[in-house]
Design a binder for this molecule. Structure first.
Ligand SMILES: [Zn+2]
Length: 403
């Protein structure tokens, strides 16, 4: 890390002060930005992919944002335990496996490997644990039993088990949605509002019977497979304990996925919070429409990395604040590539400028990951002829540029 030597002057003193101050992070649950006071170890869970197709720029943006966060926390001296799961059993995987005639585990393992290879090309710090949902099913079964025992879930005769949202405290408090909007999103995102036997249309599946060609696990209430939301609660708690420091994901997961995770996890442990801070990343659009597999309007990460320097792709993403949605354009991608070439090519300039730029960029990151400001500061250093300072500061954001 640059600039730790306290003999280097005022800029270095500023850096040292900044380094010990907590980061300011926006928490979805409280809708406020507050100091993130962390212990020596920071336990971070980020919802991973359902690996049935190639990684697109929307995925890359989410995981690059958390890469910047992890790098900053580690630079401050924290040990970060980073868990990013793979959802290898759910409706999408099973449907795709059936369509392609490939075993669901072969499909998910190969797609997950390709995904992780692309994130490595992008320069992301790998997770410490990559749990696969199928491996965590033995931990999910007692969770469902526990929710049934506590009276906050109910089993139907055909083997479905639902969370009883009316029996759970503060349903919809996390997302802040009214019931109509919740129902709209629940339906749009694959929920089953009108399924027979439900007490409330918004009750979510904890367990469901499997079709004959689907994987199945034996349970006291019938053989079947877990619901998606339960998978993340189980994997988070199995690897990080009942209270994790930061839980993250794309903002399309706020409801119902994260709302469900909170309800079932806190109902089980009887204590809150399940996560101390919830961080959500905005969506990436193409021609003003959110990228999604169902619409087919995707910019694939692998294609971009075949055509551009990974630093250019990183710059394009980090030019946007993580909580905002943004639209991909070829023109912006080209501009990012040109700007990064400028970072590479700039003359070293004044070595004494390094500490000040590094400190200013660190301060921007500490301010709820203000990466657009950080990038502007690096561009300013290049404009001022201080390439060494710009490159030193850029490495804090995970750019490959050497110093
Ligand atoms: Zn999740």
């Amino acid at each position: 890390m640059q600039g730790r030597d306290a003999t280097l002057g005022p800029a270095n003193d500023a850096f040292a002060r900044q380094d010990h101050a907590p980061m300011q992070l926006f928490d979805t649950r409280t809708s406020t930005t507050a100091p993130f006071v962390a212990g020596a170890t920071v336990r971070l869970y980020v919802c991973g992919i359902t690996p049935y197709d190639s990684a697109h720029l929307g995925h890359a943006f989410v995981y690059t944002v958390f890469d910047v966060l992890i790098r900053r926390l580690e630079a401050k001296g924290h040990k970060v335990v980073y868990v990013r799961n793979v959802t290898d059993v759910d409706d999408d995987i099973l449907r795709t496996s059936r369509e392609r005639g490939v075993d669901y585990q072969v499909l998910s393992r190969s797609e997950a490997a390709a995904f992780h290879a692309n994130l490595t090309r992008l320069g992301l710090r790998p997770p410490d644990v990559i749990p696969f949902a199928t491996e965590a099913v033995p931990a999910m079964i007692p969770m469902v039993s526990g929710l049934l025992e506590r009276g906050v879930a109910y089993a139907l005769a055909d083997g479905r088990v639902y969370a009883d949202v009316d029996a759970m405290d503060d349903y919809l408090a996390f997302s802040g949605l009214d019931r109509d909007e919740a129902l709209r999103q629940f339906t749009e995102k694959g929920g089953d509002p009108d399924a027979e036997g439900k007490r409330n249309k918004l009750d979510f599946l904890l367990w469901q019977p499997s079709l004959p060609d689907e994987p199945s696990w034996a349970t006291p209430w019938g053989a079947g497979r877990p619901g998606w939301h339960l998978e993340c609660s189980a994997m988070a708690m199995e690897h990080l304990g009942s209270t994790i420091d930061i839980h993250g994901g794309g903002n399309d997961l706020i409801f119902p996925h994260h709302e469900a995770e909170i309800l079932q996890s806190e109902a089980l442990t009887g204590q809150g919070p399940f996560a101390r801070v919830w961080m959500h990343v905005g969506m990436v659009a193409l021609e003003d429409v959110k990228m999604s597999k169902s619409l087919g309007n995707l910019v694939f990460l692998g294609d971009l990395l075949d055509r551009y320097d990974p630093d250019a792709v990183r710059r394009l993403m980090l030019s946007n604040h993580y909580r905002s949605g943004w639209t991909y354009t070829e023109a912006d991608m080209e501009s990012a590539a040109t700007a990064v070439k400028g970072w590479h090519g700039a003359a070293d300039g004044d070595p004494l400028a390094v500490d000040g730029v590094v400190a200013a960029v660190a301060a921007a990151v500490d301010d709820d990951l203000d990466t657009p400001r950080a990038i502007r500061l690096i561009d300013d250093a290049v404009s001022a002829g201080n390439g060494m300072a710009a490159r030193a500061a850029a490495t804090q954001l995970g750019f490959f540029l050497g110093v």
